[in-house]
Ligand binder design. Structure first.
Ligand SMILES: [Zn+2]
Length: 406
């Protein structure tokens, strides 16, 4: 017989605490009366929780505003610099690490080139180094306020076990207990998540989807993956691997992919595949830096270069096919396109993808699905990873603030 999980009184208090803190974060600045209306909790519960947060320094009063019947209401907001987390974007060609406050603002960050295709010990060393060097730059009193580390990494991985399972082509990355390794080194609770899922939650909390609870985030970089947000939460699936949209077949006669499948979406839509086509046709646009190459390519397309527009149209065709598949499976409120491929070319890509989506998916479904570009920009990997740590903080703040207790 399957057990059910009831909520005992301390858990109810914890649940309400998290709900109220999250609501303050989302709608800040907000009054206690508005909190009562949004959460359906009694004014007494709201007053007691807000007082507790103010005592703990998590929340602050930031002034008054006149209410409808002339009575003034005190507005409150999250005290962003009460605590911090680290957000680490373990990308295929670089490692970025940022100090992020409770409001999702990056205070300082570091980035090093690091090739995940190198041997695992080298990458791990690079990862530890970048964190240590960031710590050196941070003042001790801020360092003490860091409560957790969030890491976004290419999958497949298991967030619940804290293990990177076996990303294709990553030398020596097999069942790596990354959570445990980082916790042992830095003595901070560490949470790992697939990078696309992390970016999706970052978009929900701090980007273009603050008011959208059901959407698919398509991360289009060196790899292509999806983060699926259902009812405001990451959907992981029974095996924690949901969202591998980049490895769905879009061409049954296509080449073999590193995942073992054939004609995967990633083979046609990754930044690498786009740069390959630019190299073949417009080689003079290619520089050492892939992001710069894309920037120049999009500029060339905007200037009306026929060949550039042809490449762009073909690229957006495949991207559009992926988006149509996502819409047909999830019927989301929005599909958000993000990461390196989109960063400098959203104005060119979004209308093309949108046109294909309107032509190819059920109109009733596509009419209600917005096609958006990520609004976070170049730091989306850091913000996404930090959001994974912030999620744990807002879920149960006192668990991470060990010194304070409840
Ligand atoms: Zn594949």
């Amino acid at each position: 017989m399957k057990r059910k999980q009831g909520r005992n009184l301390p858990e109810v208090r914890n649940y309400n605490r998290s709900l109220v803190l999250q609501t303050i974060r989302t709608y800040s600045p907000i009054s206690r009366i508005e909190l009562t209306e949004i959460t359906s909790l009694t004014p007494t519960t709201i007053t007691s929780l807000v007082d507790e947060f103010i005592r703990k320094g998590l929340v602050k009063e930031i002034g008054n505003v006149k209410g409808e019947i002339g009575r003034s209401r005190t507005l409150i907001s999250i005290n962003n610099d009460a605590y911090y987390v680290l957000g680490i974007d373990l990308a295929r060609t670089s490692i970025s690490c940022g100090l992020v406050d409770l409001g999702g603002n990056i205070i300082t960050s570091k980035r090093v080139s690091s090739d995940l295709y190198q041997n695992f010990p080298i990458t791990l060393n690079n990862l530890k180094e970048v964190i240590h060097s960031l710590f050196k730059e941070i003042e001790p009193q801020v360092r003490e306020k860091i409560v957790a580390i969030g890491i976004g990494s290419p999958g497949p991985l298991s967030p619940s076990k804290g293990i990177i399972i076996s990303p294709p082509n990553f030398k020596g990355w097999k069942n790596v207990p990354l959570k445990e390794i980082i916790e042992r080194e830095f003595h901070l609770p560490t949470f790992i998540e697939n990078d696309a899922k992390a970016c999706a939650l970052g978009e929900k909390w701090f980007g273009s989807c603050k008011d959208i609870d059901n959407f698919v985030y398509l991360a289009i970089g060196t790899g292509v993956g999806a983060g699926i947000i259902i009812n405001g939460e990451i959907y992981r699936g029974a095996g924690e691997l949901a969202g591998e949209l980049g490895h769905t077949t879009v061409d049954t006669d296509g080449p073999k992919c590193s995942c073992g499948n054939y004609g995967c979406l990633e083979l046609y839509t990754s930044t690498g595949s786009l740069i390959e086509r630019i190299k073949e046709n417009l080689s003079h646009l290619v520089t050492e830096d892939p992001l710069e190459t894309l920037f120049i390519f999009y500029r060339t397309a905007r200037e009306g270069n026929i060949k550039a527009i042809e490449i762009l149209n073909d690229y957006c065709f495949w991207l559009g096919i992926g988006v149509v598949n996502a819409i047909n499976i999830f019927s989301p409120q929005a599909v958000v396109l993000g990461r390196e491929a989109i960063m400098h070319g959203a104005d060119l890509i979004i209308p093309r993808v949108e046109k294909l989506v309107r032509e190819r998916s059920f109109s009733i479904s596509s009419d209600q699905t917005k096609i958006l570009a990520s609004s976070i920009g170049k730091d989306t990997g850091i913000i996404g990873a930090a959001t994974i740590a912030l999620y744990e903080f807002y879920k149960n703040p006192y668990k991470l603030i060990k010194k304070e207790g409840v």
